[in-house]
Design a binder for this molecule. Structure first.
Ligand SMILES: O=P(O)(O)OC[C@H](O)CO
Length: 425
């Protein structure tokens, strides 16, 4: 009996023909995109490491800002690491009761060691010293550096500590916060991690609070410690807190799925009438945030966004570039900071409202990590934030819409091919 060859099988002895199907097509397209993304990333990383080898940082301008009084609190903005670290170490040296230090990254270098030595001295004097750092953020830091004297309480935050945690999407989060609180009365918050690199070569923004609002920072630390630290080592210290309409702390909590910092940004942008001056290290906004910024520009608000021109994460830069065309079309002004890496996470609106904190405008910070931002209602502070922004943008490039549209085809291609990665960072 003769067998009729079935569809797609070919004749006996010949190679079977691949059956065309939608699944095969989708798989092939995804495969091609993966390969193109891998090639693009490899090329960009190679170019970036060449650039890093050649680049010399020759300093950057920043204004000297005076401490301002906001209600019962004195606020000092820092735009330069050397000044900030000096103030932090001075505050640590003056501690009498407690020191709470939390840092996403804590480098084993001159500055990192300096902090460790000052903390050890205070612990020996009997001050209650607690430190938290993120396990993933400090993966490359030697274990010896992460070992502290016995009288310093340490929490190395690790999201996964049971096997089943890998099944819980809420645990794909980092402790991205940067906090220092002394005696519940002096608090530091902002973008600076701890390390020599950040001391003089990165432009970042941090805030010192002297006054009752520092108690909020203390309790944010204490709450985190008591939830994730050993139960036998609870912090029982309390600092009186009070509601303050001028200064508000906003904290993202991954396990509780509360992400008020993103909401805070959207609400403030929606309210803007005159100006939005936004600086962010990694500008990869979600659809809602982006539409809020565009809507503000459409109603006549002067929206200006400052991003690093070449950040420490080249892929993030190129993903960020993918937003610029639509921002420029919407009337948003984009500035690229070229002096050095700009790591600040700040915004000031209508010369009234400002925020300084740890949250980048990307998915990880918006709906992923533990983050902490402070929002301040104060024309005096907003005036300083404007001065800082204007200093940062004074001699930097502003993208012109036409010129940006004329960028090379391979730049446009790279942005397109990397766009699907927006949801990963
Ligand atoms: O995660 P951030 O914003 O503290 O930035 C850290 C730097 O990217 C370190 O590579």
């Amino acid at each position: 009996m003769r067998m009729m060859p079935q569809k797609g099988m070919g004749t006996p002895g010949s190679r079977p023909q691949r059956r065309f199907s939608v699944i095969w097509l989708v798989r092939s397209i995804i495969g091609v995109i993966f390969v193109l993304q891998a090639i693009t990333i490899a090329v960009l990383v190679a170019i970036s490491s060449l650039r890093k080898r050649r680049k010399q940082v020759c300093g950057f301008p920043y204004p000297n800002l005076e401490e301002v009084q906001v209600g019962e609190n004195a606020l000092q903005v820092y735009g330069y690491g050397k000044d900030l670290y000096a103030a932090m170490l001075e505050a640590i040296d003056g501690a009498r009761e407690s020191i709470y230090l939390e840092s996403f990254i804590w480098k084993d270098d001159e500055i990192g060691q300096k902090f460790k030595a000052h903390l050890a001295k205070k612990a020996d004097e009997g001050v209650d010293v607690h430190v938290i750092f993120d396990s993933f953020g400090n993966l490359v830091v030697p274990r010896a550096f992460k070992t502290f004297p016995k009288n310093i309480h340490v929490l190395e935050y690790q999201s996964f500590y049971q096997f089943w945690h890998i099944l819980d999407p809420r645990r794909y989060s980092l402790d991205h916060r940067k906090l220092l609180v002394i005696d519940g009365s002096i608090g530091f918050i902002g973008g600076f991690n701890i390390g020599s690199l950040y001391e003089t070569t990165w432009r970042d923004t941090h805030l010192r609070i002297r006054g009752p609002a520092a108690a909020d920072l203390a309790h944010s630390f204490i709450d985190f410690w008591n939830r994730f630290g050993a139960s036998a080592d609870e912090i029982t210290q309390r600092y009186p807190r009070r509601f303050d309409p001028l200064i508000n702390l906003r904290g993202n909590d991954a396990l509780r799925l509360t992400f008020p910092i993103r909401d805070m940004y959207i609400e403030a942008i929606d309210r803007a009438e005159h100006t939005i001056l936004l600086s962010n290290a990694y500008f990869v906004p979600d659809h809602v945030l982006l539409e809020a910024l565009k809507a503000a520009a459409a109603r006549g608000v002067d929206v200006r966004i400052l991003v690093p021109w070449n950040s420490n994460h080249v892929i993030a830069d190129w993903i960020s570039h993918g937003y610029f065309s639509s921002c420029l079309q919407a009337g948003i002004r984009i500035f690229g900071y070229r002096h050095t890496m700009l790591h600040a996470k700040t915004c000031t609106i209508d010369d009234r409202w400002s925020t300084i904190g740890t949250a980048n405008l990307d998915r990880l910070s918006s709906i992923g990590n533990y983050e902490i931002n402070i929002e301040i209602y104060s024309p005096e502070l907003a005036h300083q934030m404007r001065a800082l922004f204007e200093c940062d943008t004074a001699d930097e490039i502003e993208l012109a819409e036409e010129e940006w549209h004329r960028r090379s085809w391979y730049a446009k291609f790279s942005e397109r091919i990397l766009a699907p990665l927006r949801f990963m960072i």
